[in-house]
Design a binder for this molecule. Structure first.
Ligand code: UDX
Length: 483
């Protein structure tokens, strides 16, 4: 079948390449001429594991091509996909549908008869009706059907998520449009993928409800992490015990500095805006957002606490800038507010990220960038792991320790085994573990000192709330009140 994918970003490019991989003929269109010229030269504008190879393979097989014009690609198209951005509108966070409208009008002007127009972008419930009226108004034939087919792709594992989906959601009341979509996805359903047929509005709602629920799981476990810090429990063990309950499941229960990315923050705000326009309160979603925003602000204070209350004139090494590993995307990354908070407290920040530094430069000022983690930590007073890249888990921590002025390691993802850090002489600060009673000094374990200082433990520490407040969890407890 022939597919035109309008929008060649994280969603459109992956979806287009995967449809080509499934045997369809795909044209990825984008208004950004530099992006299209990069693609035509074999350069992939985003970092997504496996995407470059898949694009090359399908260009060579003549199943995938690129264009700046929808009309140029329209002849013989079975389905036009709208995969353009729906950025949050400043102020209320409502999804800005300008790109969706433009794509719908342009498709309507050139779509052949009996065409399916598919909204793949995350759009507020009811947007399909608007797209349908735009397409039909611009189109001689009234037999164009608009279908909702939301994506559930995670950056860093987007190809896997497309090729082995938990489910494919198709929202349409049109029998023939539904049949076109079933034919498109037949290479996946024949391998056992579940295809859920529903109404267009329900499909649009499923996307928002899914993302909001996943975000709620994260904010919930992050609050439980603060609770563990105050009560001497272990957040990893709590998450494990919860996750063994089949009704909960273990996924999305990793405590950290808060969720980021181009979806959870944007989609939860857009869901709230839609709910507000229908006078439906979504208090849980409101709290999910509030908890997350407060947490990102609170992390900077945690680092200050770990450094004895001040980072003035100190050098802080930040490991990880992207909102998660295996992507180059720094949108809404916790690293951004963490770094600005450290800088406001007088710290000098050096950062390293395997893929995200180029994009981070647009968001950060006065940050030094290192060529690798070892260079990043040179003469640093503390190291903060913000993104759990595999590369960081394999570091030589003795070498890291000997390069640093002070051996304070703050692991915001609980990603590194504590014994490896303590054996290297680090004072270790983690998320969701009560600190053990230690003098809350930042100047611990200088070079040469072998005395490790664990301010959080896996054991059953005899800590009072005061020690937790003072040594490390304090900011978290105070932030809990901010929520
Ligand atoms: C998300 C949804 O998972 C995906 O289905 C949707 O299509 C797009 O939005 P993405 O934003 O790419 O995908 O990444 P995801 O893996 O969901 O992580 C989002 C954020 O949550 C990241 O900042 C991540 O660090 C954080 N996270 C995730 C946690 O803090 N804890 C977890 O257990 C999982």
């Amino acid at each position: 079948m022939k597919v035109v994918m309008v929008g060649s970003g994280y969603v459109g490019l992956v979806s287009g390449a995967c449809f080509a991989e499934l045997g369809h003929s795909v044209v990825c269109v984008d208004k950004d001429t530099s992006k299209i010229s990069d693609l035509l030269k074999g350069r992939t504008p985003i970092f997504e594991p496996g995407l470059g190879e898949m694009i090359d393979r399908n260009i060579a097989a003549d199943r995938l091509s690129f264009s700046v014009s929808i009309a140029e690609a329209a002849l013989g198209t079975d389905a036009f996909f709208i995969a353009v951005g729906t950025p949050p509108r400043p102020g209320d966070g409502e999804a800005d549908l300008a790109y969706v409208r433009a794509a719908a009008a342009e498709i309507g002007a050139c779509a052949p008869p009996r065409t399916v127009v598919v909204t793949k972008s995350t759009v507020p419930v009811g947007t399909g009706d608007m797209v349908e009226s735009l397409v039909r108004a611009a189109h001689a034939h009234q037999d164009v059907e608009v279908v909702s087919n939301p994506e559930f792709l995670r950056e860093g594992s987007a190809i896997r998520d497309f090729m082995r989906p938990d489910r494919i959601v198709i929202g349409t009341d049109s029998f023939w449009a539904g049949s076109v979509m079933e034919e498109l996805y037949q290479p996946l359903t024949v391998q056992g993928a579940t295809l859920l047929r529903t109404s267009r509005r329900t499909a649009e709602a499923i996307k928002y409800a899914t993302n909001a629920f996943l975000a709620t799981k994260i904010s919930f476990i992050n609050e439980m992490a603060d609770f563990c810090e105050a009560t001497g429990a272990s957040i990893e063990e709590v998450a494990k015990g919860m996750g063994l309950d089949r009704r909960i499941g273990e996924a999305f229960l990793k405590a950290g500095p808060g969720f980021g990315g181009s979806c959870f923050p944007k989609d939860s705000m857009a869901l709230l805006a839609t709910a507000h326009s229908h006078s439906v309160p979504l208090r849980l979603v409101e709290s999910t957002i509030a908890v997350n925003e407060a947490r990102k602000r609170a992390v900077g204070r945690r680092i200050l606490n770990a450094m004895g209350g001040s980072v003035h004139a100190r050098k802080v090494a930040v490991l990880g800038l992207t909102f998660k590993p295996n992507t180059d995307d720094v949108r809404e990354s916790p690293a951004l507010p963490i770094i600005s908070s450290l800088q406001s407290s007088g710290a000098k920040v050096v950062a390293y990220d395997p893929e995200g530094m180029r994009r981070a430069r647009a968001y950060l000022r006065d940050v030094a960038y290192a060529a690798d983690a070892y260079e990043c930590v040179e003469d640093a007073d503390c190291a903060v792991l913000v993104t759990e890249w595999d590369e960081f888990l394999g570091l030589d921590f003795r070498r890291i320790a000997s390069a640093m002025r002070q051996r304070v390691f703050i692991d915001l993802r609980n990603a590194v085994d504590v014994p490896r850090l303590t054996a290297a002489g680090f004072a270790v600060h983690r998320i969701g573990h009560a600190p053990t009673p230690n003098p809350p000094t930042g100047s611990t374990a200088g070079p040469g000192s072998r005395e490790p200082r664990i301010v959080s433990a896996n054991g059953t520490p005899q800590v009072g709330l005061e020690i937790a407040r003072e040594a490390f969890g304090g900011a978290a407890l105070r932030a809990a009140k901010d929520y």
